[in-house]
Write a protein of this length. Structure first.
Length: 186
């Protein structure tokens, strides 16, 4: 499931459902797509406020869209966490922030993925738990950098992580030992 199939593109009733904790919400959005999602989220927020319902999912979509528009980061994430009304929402906020950072291989991504995973551990369905655990384990092969890289979707990140894992296994060293993200030769 991607951002397009989440609450903002659906009626208000769909926005009030819990989003699956095991899904990936951080595939890159082009500027026009991010603006469109932000507009949809704004309309969903207005509806939620008018009806006195929970607006977390619309706020999450705004956060994601703003990230791709270069407008959100740690402060916006903290606000999202502080305004979450359930453990599931707080876990999802951390997971999504980690995913957004991971999509650009930014430093700090693992910490937020791990924080979200720890918060969600007892909330995951069994299949979600093992799917997310496997995904996070594989993504650990990627080396984050202080300078963000070009954004990648989940499939691309996982493929890169598989290649790095195979190469490092062949060389008999850990995936982070003496390796630079700029080093494409090894």
């Amino acid at each position: 499931m991607g951002i397009d199939s989440v609450c903002c593109a659906q009626p208000l009733a769909a926005c009030q459902k819990e989003l699956p904790l095991g899904d990936w919400y951080a595939d890159p959005l082009a500027h026009t797509g991010a603006r469109a999602v932000r507009q949809q989220a704004h309309r969903a927020l207005q509806q939620a406020y008018t009806h006195g319902t929970d607006s977390f999912h619309a706020r999450l979509m705004t956060f994601i869209a703003d990230y791709w528009l270069g407008r959100s980061g740690a402060t916006a994430h903290q606000t999202l966490v502080l305004t979450a009304s359930s453990d599931s929402q707080r876990a999802l906020a951390d997971l999504v922030f980690g995913q957004l950072l991971m999509s650009r291989k930014c430093s700090g991504a693992y910490e937020w993925l791990e924080s979200g995973f720890a918060k969600a551990a007892n909330l995951f369905r069994a299949d979600e738990y093992f799917r997310v655990l496997k995904r996070h384990t594989l993504l650990r092969a990627l080396v984050p950098a202080d300078r963000p890289s070009m954004p990648q979707n989940l499939a691309s990140l996982l493929e890169e992580a598989r290649v790095i894992s195979r190469l490092t296994a062949c060389n008999g060293r850990s995936s982070h030992a003496a390796w630079s993200p700029e080093d494409t030769v090894g």
